[in-house]
Design a protein around this ligand. Structure first.
Ligand SMILES: C[S@@+](CC[C@H](N)C(=O)[O-])C[C@H]1O[C@@H](n2cnc3c(N)ncnc32)[C@H](O)[C@@H]1O
Length: 604
């Protein structure tokens, strides 16, 4: 998520309340302010008339069950599945307005008293008070008449000071200045060009047309906007300076003369007056005042608006789905595709769930699919339903630093096996020659090709073989991988009957449903060859599922039966629990000589 703060100025019709002032300011440089956090630009023109959402059991922190909703807006509903405006929540907060230069130090020291909400920065910018340091310097360091300095500064920046009447448009203001130029002299206006020319950043935003509508209250919430902070009140005229800092600081009362920041205070302090703030905050501010006597602070009330984009997937789903069903919290990803495994109870809400998954995981996720039924077909491909996003199931997955093109509609892919594949790869050396009998699009074969001498990769599915070949080229291993498209049993027989058999040191058989039953293909593969011949008895890694009480024993039995061998020395490990009570296992063993030289008449 982008964590950028951008400024909004004068974009909301804001209500102004009285403020508790730490430092009163007779002349304010500020209008009601709008500050946007984490967004790229514009703000809402929502009127903040509210519908309270009372919940007596409120926990600490942001929640869709807390705060209040702004008055519903007339809007065109793009998607009837979910109305994003229903998820807008407004929270009343207190904030300390502090000089920008002090904000980080104060944030550190006040941390325990700040808002500390996830994805919301404790420091918010205050638009409109960013003053070019050169201009601030123009004020000099004189203490005697700070207010006159500020009035003068205001005129330079805004074309008017408080009480001067309406703000001139930038064009009129420039014209006015140019008319008075000669009489007033260049000295006082040497920054004219600077202040009348928009900065590069502002210009860019103007180009986007985003700033153009500012002030007209026409803008909607930006797509990626998650939160907005608005100062909703201005200071009380002639507020009591002594309230917080005592008599000793009265003489130090001075005006703002530079950029400020808002330090958002803990939600507990919402609506409090200065005197009600914890002693720790007061002491700290006093200390800061002693260290930098020119610092100014004020307590302001503000509204923090959290939009649909702020809330996380589970928060939205929890608020939307009926209370008695489990909120789906996880999904698999394959490239840009999110793969849900929805339960029966979720099916009536599948499109809504998919939309939230898509919204909350963009741009990485572009498509949301649901598996329709258990995998039954030979190629181990899934029956899928596209629920949201684009319908392309051709995607690119990165695993072990390799890239794999995959079409989920026609080939098998399972990202959950990445760790297991890596474990297998760790056992390969550059002296190995690997045979991958059920290779799919090649996640093992292609990664192995970067390590070992040679790989023979086979799959029955012609689409998988097509992607395998593409992926070999994509990962620049096509010269080390020989590709076959045949039934696994036939492949084992053919490869071990050929000259290639000599060098093969490891065989991978990852077809957990039936791979063990293909082991019979190894019977007699070296039959007829001299027993002291220069061939290797390969290390075989075979995968399988077991629902038995003792899965290792059960799988071992299947292997023994397939090999027609009384005893096989097998190293067994559990890979993962694929369903309640169903384990995926990997058995590794060196092909027994008795099996390799077996009489083929025992074969199927
Ligand atoms: C579980 S996938 C494993 C793919 C790959 N090893 C991986 O980790 O992604 C099993 C693969 O075996 C292929 N397959 C199924 N039956 C086969 C057979 N009789 N002979 C060869 N390949 C077969 C399927 O097309 C599928 O690609």
């Amino acid at each position: 998520m982008v964590t950028k703060l951008l400024l909004r100025l004068h974009s909301f019709p804001l209500t102004t309340f009285h403020t508790n002032l730490i430092f009163p300011r007779k002349h304010s440089l500020h209008k009601p302010l709008t500050v946007s956090l984490f967004s790229s630009s514009s703000s809402s023109s929502q009127a903040l008339t509210q519908t309270r959402i009372p919940d007596p059991t409120l926990s600490y922190g942001p929640s869709l069950h807390k705060g209040y909703t702004p008055q519903p807006q007339q809007h065109e509903q793009e998607d009837c599945l979910i109305d994003e405006q229903d998820f807008t929540r407004v929270f009343d907060l207190a904030a300390l307005r502090v000089p920008a230069k002090d904000c980080f130090a104060l944030e550190k020291r006040l941390r325990g008293h700040l808002l500390n909400w996830p994805r919301i920065r404790n420091i918010a910018r205050v638009p409109g008070d960013e003053v070019d340091p050169v201009l601030v310097n123009l004020l000099g360091d004189r203490d005697e008449e700070p207010e006159e300095d500020l009035v003068s500064l205001e005129r330079r920046i805004y074309g008017k000071a408080e009480g001067d009447g309406d703000v001139l448009s930038p064009v009129l203001y420039r014209e006015k200045l140019s008319r008075t130029f000669n009489s007033r002299g260049y000295v006082k206006f040497r920054n004219l060009a600077k202040i009348s020319r928009p900065t590069k950043k502002k210009r860019r935003r103007n180009d986007d047309g985003e700033e153009a509508a500012r002030g007209e209250g026409k803008r909607g919430i930006e797509k990626n906007e998650i939160a907005l902070v608005e100062v909703v009140e201005e200071e009380e005229e002639g507020g009591d300076l002594k309230g917080l800092l005592g008599d000793e600081f009265e003489g130090r009362m001075r005006k703002w003369r530079g950029p400020t920041r808002l330090l958002l205070l803990d939600e507990r302090y919402s609506g409090r007056k200065v005197e009600d703030l914890p002693e720790a905050i007061k002491v700290l501010l006093k200390e800061d005042m002693k260290e930098s006597p020119k610092s100014t602070f004020e307590l302001v009330r503000c509204k923090l608006t959290l939009f649909y984009n702020y809330w996380q997937m589970n928060e939205i789903l929890e608020a939307t789905l009926p209370k008695d069903i489990i909120v789906p919290s996880a999904f698999e990803t394959v490239g840009h595709v999110a793969h849900l495994n929805l339960r029966e109870e979720h099916l009536p809400y599948k499109n809504l769930i998919a939309k939230v998954v898509l919204d909350k995981n963009k741009p990485k996720i572009q498509t949301v699919i649901n598996k329709l039924e258990a995998i039954h077909n030979d190629y181990r491909t899934m029956q899928l339903e596209v629920l949201a996003g684009n319908h392309s199931l051709v995607t690119t997955v990165v695993e072990n630093g390799m890239r794999f093109h995959v079409d989920l509609a026609t080939v098998y892919w399972n990202s959950r096996l990445a760790t297991e594949r890596q474990r297998l790869l760790n056992g390969f050396t550059r002296n190995d020659v690997v045979c991958d009998v059920f290779t799919g699009v090649g996640p093992i074969a292609i990664s192995a090709a970067k390590i070992v001498k040679r790989v023979y990769a086979n799959d029955l599915n012609p689409y998988a073989v097509e992607y395998l070949e593409r992926n070999c080229v994509l990962n620049k291993v096509e010269r080390r991988v020989e590709v076959f498209n045949m039934d696994g049993r036939r492949f084992i027989r053919a490869i071990f009957a050929s000259e290639k058999a000599k060098g093969i040191t490891q065989v991978v058989m990852n077809l957990p449903n039936d791979a063990a039953e293909y082991l019979d293909a190894f019977r007699g593969i070296f039959r007829g060859r001299p027993k002291n011949g220069d061939f290797t008895f390969p290390l075989i890694h075979v995968y399988g599922f077991s629902k038995a009480q003792d899965p290792e024993f059960d799988f071992h039995e299947r292997i023994r039966i397939a090999l027609s061998e009384v005893a096989v020395d097998v190293e067994m490990r559990r890979v993962r629990l694929v369903a309640p009570g169903k384990w995926m296992l990997c058995a590794s063993f060196i092909l027994p000589q008795t099996v390799g030289f077996a009489d083929s008449r025992q074969d199927r």
